[in-house]
Design a protein around this ligand. Structure first.
Ligand code: GN1
Ligand code: MG
Length: 355
């Protein structure tokens, strides 16, 4: 990593930028996240992708609103909160050459994990994301600015897929045909989701609840803080539950290509469900609890369709490192959708037999 290219931005935050060490952090597909260490401080620096987040100022302002709400005594939130770090000029957002930067305080003695390791961790993860949404239940949705319109709106995402098909190259369209057909064969599921969302209450949700958006205490291995607040927006609880299932229950990474070997980790699912419901402790309505099994199928379906759209649009949104990367991701997520569908159906059948 070329350290000198970051001196200009780092010097907006510290006086000893010349001696800063800058290293990549995490593996996000949208923003560039860096860890900055100098002799006097350690913090997280992030370049906000302004093609994805057209209003970066709103992103940093929302994060500040959420952090202070979570930190307020009345909120009674039991986890730590990552707080924005203003620049030396007191700004939450710094702009250099049309690039948008923000910083966050580094949380000592914590680690992130990219894959769930056991059922207890699944329970703890879901419990803490549930507590996060529960704490935000007392924050009015009007206090947040819109970030990405219709982020997890399935019909919107499918209309974007339709539009991408129209302008795609013949080569990409041909390669993607089996995956497009697979997504398009799910009309019944789409209709089911469309009906359901009419009945669900909107809440402020996190919308990116993968396990690596949680900091764990290095010593106790317990959840410490929910991070990446950039997509906190009005949404449905099933989105947050579903994204945990999407990122924890498949036995393979979201871009693995050996998808016929993918398995659905039922024991992890059960603990995610138990932890989420326990963490919501009476906040969720009956229909929201019922919606969680749909969310488990919906999130691989939505994210998969977004990967497919981006493949057809020549990979302009998600970072890719190989040819067909987004197409591989789309096929992978569709496979996970099928496995989640089979699993949910099997548990529903079992319940009918028992009931
Ligand atoms: C993006 O960049 P990252 O990993 O935080 C995306 C999520 C997807 C995820 C898939 C703003 O998140 O919605 O689930 O990639 N974020 C945005 O890996 O689009
Ligand atoms: Mg994110």
């Amino acid at each position: 990593m070329n350290q000198s290219s970051y001196v200009a931005i780092v010097s907006r935050y510290v006086k000893d930028a010349d001696c800063a060490t800058v290293t990549p952090l995490g593996n996000g597909l949208v923003n560039l996240t860096l860890m900055v260490t100098t002799s006097t401080s350690k913090f997280v620096l992030q370049r906000i992708n302004h093609h994805v987040f057209p209003n970066p100022q709103a992103v940093v302002e929302n994060s500040a609103v959420i952090s202070s709400h979570l930190l307020a005594k009345e909120t009674n939130y039991q986890y730590a909160v990552t707080t924005p770090r203003a620049s030396l000029n007191g700004n939450l957002l710094e702009v250099i050459d049309n690039e948008y930067w923000r910083a966050l305080e580094y949380v000592e003695d914590t680690i992130t994990v990219d894959a769930i390791s056991d059922v207890q961790q699944a329970y703890d993860t879901a419990f803490s994301f549930a507590k996060f949404s529960g704490a935000l239940a007392s924050l009015s949705a009007n206090s947040l600015q819109p970030i990405i319109e219709r982020f997890h709106d399935l019909s919107w995402r499918l209309s974007q897929l339709e539009a991408a098909k129209k302008s795609a190259s013949t080569q990409r369209l041909n390669r993607a045909k089996p995956v497009i057909d697979a997504f398009e064969s799910q009309r019944e599921f789409v209709a089911q989701v469309t009906q359901l969302v009419k009945q669900l209450p909107l809440r402020i949700t996190h919308n990116d609840t993968k396990i690596n958006n949680l900091l764990f205490n290095q010593a106790t291995k317990l959840p410490h803080a929910v991070i990446d607040l950039d997509t906190c927006m009005p949404g449905y609880l099933m989105h947050d539950f579903g994204d945990m299932v999407r990122t924890c229950c498949g036995s393979l990474a979201e871009d693995a290509t050996n998808i016929e070997e993918m398995a659905f980790q039922a024991d992890i699912y059960q603990q995610l469900m138990a932890g989420y419901i326990e963490g919501l402790a009476g906040i969720a309505t009956a229909i929201e609890v019922d919606s969680l099994t749909i969310g488990a199928r919906l999130m691989p379906f939505i994210i998969g369709s977004r990967f497919l759209t981006d493949y057809l649009a020549n990979d302009v949104y998600f970072a890719t490192t190989r040819e067909n990367h987004n197409l591989d991701r789309a096929a992978n997520q569709f496979r996970l959708f099928e496995l989640a569908t089979d699993f949910v159906a099997s548990t529903e059948n079992a319940q009918q037999v028992v009931g």
